[in-house]
Structure formats: C-alpha cells, structure tokens
Design a protein around this ligand. Structure first.
Ligand code: HAM
Length: 431
C-alpha cells in the first residue's frame, strides 16, 4: 500500500510485460522471421484479436480443452458473445474466406501476434502468449506440407537451434478413416477401462483420440499397445504421408514418427507435426501444426485443402536465451552518446545530433537530455550501451569541433572537426 492507501494495480497473471531489456531479442527474432517469410513467398496478414465465439467453437472443436476451459469469452455491450483469439488458424481462414482470397486461387499467408488461453501459467506457458503462424490454402499435395516444414527447419538453422529440436510426425488420415479408427480405439479402451483415469474416461465419450496424448505414466504401457492410427490410414493418406517423408528425407530433414501425436485441436486431418525440445522442461513444443483440409467446408466455404503451423515466440526466445544463442550485436542500444558539457552548449548539441542523424541514417545516437553536472552527464554516458561519447563544450562550439571519448576501449580521446564527423564516426565504430 502506498501512503495514500491506494493499492497498486498489477498485471494479469500469465500476461507479461516485455521490458526494454527483452525487446531487442524479440526484434532480432521477428526480423529473422519477416525476412524468411519473404524468401519463401509468404505474405503477411493481420487479423483482429477479437472474433465471434462461434468461430473458435466451430473450428477448434466444442470438446477440446481450449474451447471447454481456456477461452477468454465475454459479452460485449450489444450482448454478442466475443472471444479473445486463442489461436490464429480460425481467424486467418475467416479473413481469407470473407475477402475472397480462396476464390480460384492459392494463398500462402503468415501472421504474428498475441493469443489468449486461460491455462495454468508456468515457465513457457502463459495466458497471453505470441505466435508466428503460417497457413497455405488450396494445395492438396504433400509438397506444400514439406515446404512449410522446411521453412521452419531453416529458421532453426538460422537461429542455431537445429541441434536442439526434433521433428515429430504423424498422419491422422481422412475424416472417414479416422472415424473407423475411432471405433477400433474405443473398443480397445473399453477392454482396458479399469486402467483409464478420470480424464480419459470422460474423453472416451467425447474425444477418444486425445486419450493417446495422455502423459499419465500409469497408462503408458496400455497406450503403447493400443492400435495405431498409422495402421488404419486410408490409401490416399498413406501415399500422401509416404511422399512427404520421402521429400523430407531428400531435403535432409530428420524426423521421428510419433504414432500418438494427435494434437489438441479438432480440425486436423492427414499430416500433423510438432517441433519439440528437451531444453525447456515440460513446455517443450516450440512449433506445431498440420493439415486441416475439412475446415473451410466446415466454416461454410467450398472444400479447400489447407496446411499450416504456429510457433510460440516466448518458448523460442526462452530457448535462445537458455542456449545463449542471441548474438551480442542483436542486443541493440545506441552506438553514440552525445552530450553538452554544460547547459551553454545544449542547443548546439541538439542541432549537431540532428545533423548526424540526417547524415548517418544507420547511426543509433542518444542525446543527453535533462542537464546535470558534468560528472552525472558522463555517468549517464557510461551507463548507456554507447561505445563512443561525443562531448561538446564552449571550446568545441567556438572551434566547430567535438571531443570523441572512447567509453569501452583503452584509446586516447581526440578532437575532430564537426564537418568530418559523418566520415570518421563510422570508421571509429567499426574498429
Ligand atoms: P497449438 O499447438 O495450440 O497450435 O499452438 C502452437 C504453439 O503455440 C505451441 O506449440 C506453443 O509453442 C505455442 N503455445 C501454445 N499455447 C501456449 C501458451 N499457453 N503459452 C506459450 N506458448 C503457447 C495452434 O495454435 C494451431 N493454430 C497451429 C496451426 C496453424 N495449425 C495449423 N495452422
């Protein structure tokens, strides 16, 4: 409590501030992603954060954890039920359908932004988190599945993460094959009913495939022996999956088949995949996705094949931090700190700073503001990330020069003509 008795208001649990010390890592990551998307021919789309609740209920599935337990749903002032998006796939598809982007054409889209799920917060799991997502519409062959996986693999390579992530693959088959498999699986689980935990008993009625995803060690042996989806694939899905595996092999991407990978969202069919790491503890999935060929039709459009994935930015940044993989030059900050020695040169310092910013658009320059003693000005320069301080006092103003002081290197300070600064400064900063 403060003196006035007012209680300080805090952020919502599981929703994080990104502080100035965090932002450079995010910018580094985001810049890599943006360039990569361009190199692979994916175009950016930005959707609203709030959608009608029915969009998520109908696409993600009524009996999924997300829709049953995790959505931030509220009534707005008109009495409409709205939801903060828990993921981007449904919104992206809604936008593409609404704007005719699927009409007689294919699309390769990407987005990034906050998503919201009311999960129990822990390391790597938050209530507001951020995803980069990729969605491709109108392609039914396995080449596009391979292409989106290769895109993600290249990102890992560029970030230095390749050695630390594993690609897990599975195929869920067609909707019909899955329905038949579901019956086989329910029969098997009924035979082993005594081994099912409470959650699984509930899922046995609503979503039996999700039981395969259970982490309960008491059920592990029984689940290992369960009939496998891959053995119940329809011919077309099997061929699709085999072709995808061949393409990944040809491209040198290693994978492991995880026959129990079913994903927590209902819209998938055929290919599903996850990139996982063991370096983050229990929240080790850094990227996940797959095919969802039935969703466009389910949302009222013409049947259109679709495939995509989303990665969790927080988890990837945690991973980069854990492995110390953010290059120091990506940590941002200013190159130069410009200060007047006393108040008499404030205006000259300001105009010199502006001139330098015009002449050297790449330069990151912080101008000292707020006055203070010479000592405190120099302290601020030292505390900044700058490698060079430019000092401007009465003498310098009179002679049209500036004093260059090296803040991080053991080098003599020197005076240079202000007119030569634009040429000399970049040289001083590279050496
Ligand atoms: P998802 O598996 O629900 O899939 O989420 C994708 C990724 O988002 C996860 O692998 C994880 O890295 C991150 N993530 C999910 N929940 C959290 C959380 N609470 N805190 C931090 N990170 C989290 C989807 O969202 C699908 N829309 C992916 C997709 C796109 N499938 C096809 N297209």
């Amino acid at each position: 409590m403060s003196k006035s008795g007012a209680k300080k208001i805090q952020a919502i649990r599981g929703m994080n501030d990104l502080l100035p010390s965090d932002s450079p890592r995010w910018q580094f990551f985001e810049a890599k992603v943006r360039t990569l998307m361009q190199r692979y021919g994916f175009d950016e789309i930005r959707m609203p954060i709030v959608e009608q609740t029915a969009l998520f209920a109908r696409s993600i599935g009524e009996v999924t954890d997300i829709v049953e337990k995790e959505m931030y749903t509220f009534e707005d002032r008109n009495g409409d039920s709205l939801t903060l998006r828990p993921e981007g796939t449904a919104s992206c598809l809604r936008a593409a359908m609404e704007h005719g982007l699927l009409y007689n054409q294919t699309q390769r889209l990407w987005y990034q932004g906050p998503m919201f799920r009311h999960e129990r917060p822990q390391k790597g799991r938050y209530r507001q988190f951020h995803q980069v997502g990729v969605e491709a519409y109108g392609f039914d062959g396995p080449d596009i599945d391979a292409e989106v996986i290769l895109l993600s693999a290249r990102l890992w390579q560029e970030l230095g993460l390749s050695e630390h992530v594993t690609l897990e693959l599975n195929s869920l088959g067609s909707l019909e094959a899955r329905a038949a498999y579901r019956e086989t699986l329910v029969a098997y689980f009924n035979e082993h009913r005594a081994l099912l935990d409470e959650d699984s008993l509930r899922r046995l009625e609503s979503n039996p495939l999700r039981i395969l995803d259970s982490k309960n060690p008491d059920m592990a042996a029984m689940l290992d022996a369960a009939p496998q989806l891959l053995e119940h694939l329809d011919d077309e899905s099997r061929e699709h999956f085999e072709a995808l595996k061949r393409m990944l092999e040809a491209a040198g991407v290693q994978y492991v088949i995880n026959p129990r990978l079913v994903r927590g969202l209902d819209y998938y069919s055929r290919t599903v995949f996850e990139w996982t790491t063991t370096a983050l503890g229990s929240q080790g999935t850094v990227c996940a996705g797959g095919r969802y060929d039935g969703l466009v039709e389910q949302l009222g459009g013409k049947p259109t094949p679709a495939v995509g994935f989303a990665m969790g930015i927080e988890r990837l940044i945690l991973l980069l931090d854990t492995l110390a993989l953010v290059p120091s030059e990506a940590l941002g900050g200013s190159d130069v700190y410009l200060l007047a020695l006393d108040d008499s040169a404030t205006t000259e310092a300001l105009t010199l700073a502006e001139r330098l910013r015009s002449e050297l658009p790449e330069l990151a320059l912080t101008l000292h503001c707020g006055g203070g003693s010479f000592k405190s000005r120099m302290k601020k320069a030292d505390k900044s990330s700058a490698r060079i301080a430019l000092l401007l006092g009465e003498d310098e103003v009179a002679s049209g020069s500036v004093t260059v002081k090296f803040l991080r290197d053991d080098r003599e300070q020197r005076q240079i003509n202000q007119r030569e600064l634009a040429t000399i400064l970049p040289e001083l900063l590279t050496r």
